[in-house]
Design a protein around this ligand. Structure first.
Ligand code: SF4
Ligand code: SF4
Ligand code: SF4
Length: 397
């Protein structure tokens, strides 16, 4: 076992191999949970590109489930959390003779990839139950919540799958940090399936090997985003290099601290970061995204909610879903003047990709507007970015 620094846990931990703390390029992505509509376009984009072959029928390299009850395979997170002693990573808690604490799900656990879709959680309601709408109990309804969780392989910095493989068939690419399984070396021992805490490796019964998300490396090598990111209807996803201080990913994770990793307590340093949903119980979110630290969640939610007053944050949020190219860096133009503020994006080679306004002009359908009796939005007006102060707000944006 080597001693390695875990940046997410901010402490030294153990890992079976010496892996670099940093890469020149680390494939990382941010998923904004607040914007996901669970349309599963990402799921089908991945499926139709990579897992339509024999033996891959049950594989969902990308899946979107409804939390808190839904997951795939069934109960994967609850089960491991119940096995893991608090304060230890899955490497530190490995049983005698194993490198990683884990388990292999039963076949039936893969059978219902979207169980509990849209099931709410809250007072007086359990998994699979639905609450009737009753306006007189409005306050109770406000306490009900669920959210969509988008999951792919995290291309971890300390991959548990790699640690557990007795054939050394799994490797992390130096050039971009993508984790791959060498199909020639793999003998299907399923140690990676047991070890991955996110259960993102799958056994192919036809090839008798394990397979997983390949980070769309053929596209990444051309400077393009992945299929699941390019196809996202809600524009909730952004890919980039977290190690580069100029990258929007680096900004959102390390500077704005608005995006957080999933179950960092497992200790694999996962490289998908989530902007947490603003309507959900923060204690629950702290268990999922904050290593039980509620302050991290409160900071992320508050910062996100304040984005309209933070020109850089709002500018970076405009970059999501705007191009099929990987955005390497960005700059904010006219930062001090919201009316004219824009964000300019560059590709990985520093070539300009596009410029978009940070406070985009919005066309309002006046007839419908008047029917609904909508008056000027005071909060928006307080930003004072109207082009003409004498014209009502709704006629300008
Ligand atoms: S395509 Fe985007 S919005 Fe639709 S389910 Fe996937 S992540 Fe959510
Ligand atoms: S998410 Fe699982 S399969 Fe992916 S790199 Fe991490 S441990 Fe390996
Ligand atoms: S990165 Fe590519 S392989 Fe991985 S889940 Fe997305 S589409 Fe599938």
């Amino acid at each position: 076992m080597s001693r390695v620094w875990n940046e997410q846990l901010k402490r030294w931990t153990t890992y079976p191999y010496d892996l670099p703390d940093q890469y020149d390029f680390q494939w990382s992505a941010i998923f904004n949970i607040n914007r996901c509509i669970a349309c599963q376009t990402c799921t089908m984009a991945c499926k139709s590109t990579w897992t339509f072959g024999k033996g891959q029928e049950h594989m969902w390299w990308n899946n979107v489930s409804t939390k808190p009850y839904g997951d795939h395979p069934r109960g994967f997170d609850a089960k491991l959390l119940s096995m893991l002693p608090k304060g230890k990573t899955i490497f530190e808690a490995a049983p005698e003779g194993e490198r990683v604490l884990g388990y292999i799900p039963d076949d039936v656990d893969y059978d219902y990839p979207n169980a509990f879709e849209d099931s709410t959680c809250g007072p007086h309601i359990g998994a699979g139950q639905y609450q009737e709408i009753d306006v007189s109990k409005h306050k109770t309804q406000d306490k009900q919540w669920f959210f969509y969780l988008q999951r792919i392989c995290n291309h971890c910095k300390k991959p548990a799958c790699l640690a557990a493989c007795p054939r050394k068939a799994i490797y992390k690419r130096k050039e971009d940090g993508i984790v791959l399984i060498d199909q020639e070396r793999c003998r299907g021992y399923k140690k990676c399936i047991m070890a991955c805490p996110y259960k993102k490796t799958f056994y192919n019964t036809y090839t008798k090997t394990s397979q997983k998300c390949i980070g769309c490396y053929p596209r990444v090598e051309q400077g393009e985003t992945t299929r699941c990111i390019a196809a996202c209807i809600g524009k909730i996803r952004l890919l980039g290099n977290i190690e580069d201080e100029k990258s929007p990913i680096h900004y959102l994770v390390h500077k704005a601290k608005v995006a957080l990793p999933l179950y960092p307590q497992f200790g694999t340093e996962p490289q998908i970061y989530y902007i947490p949903p603003r309507w959900v119980n923060t204690k629950f979110l702290a268990m999922m995204f904050g290593n039980y630290d509620e302050a991290k969640i409160k900071h992320a939610v508050k910062t996100y909610m304040n984005a309209r007053h933070d020109v850089e944050l709002l500018g970076v949020l405009q970059l999501f879903g705007t191009t099929q190219q990987i955005i390497g860096s960005y700059e904010i133009i006219n930062r001090g003047n919201p009316k004219e503020a824009k964000v300019r994006a560059f590709d990985l080679k520093g070539q300009e990709l596009f410029v978009v306004p940070i406070y985009p002009k919005v066309e309002v359908h006046l007839t419908r507007d008047e029917q609904l009796n909508i008056t000027d939005n005071k909060e928006l007006a307080s930003l004072d970015i109207r082009r003409d102060a004498n014209v009502p707000w709704r006629n300008q944006y």
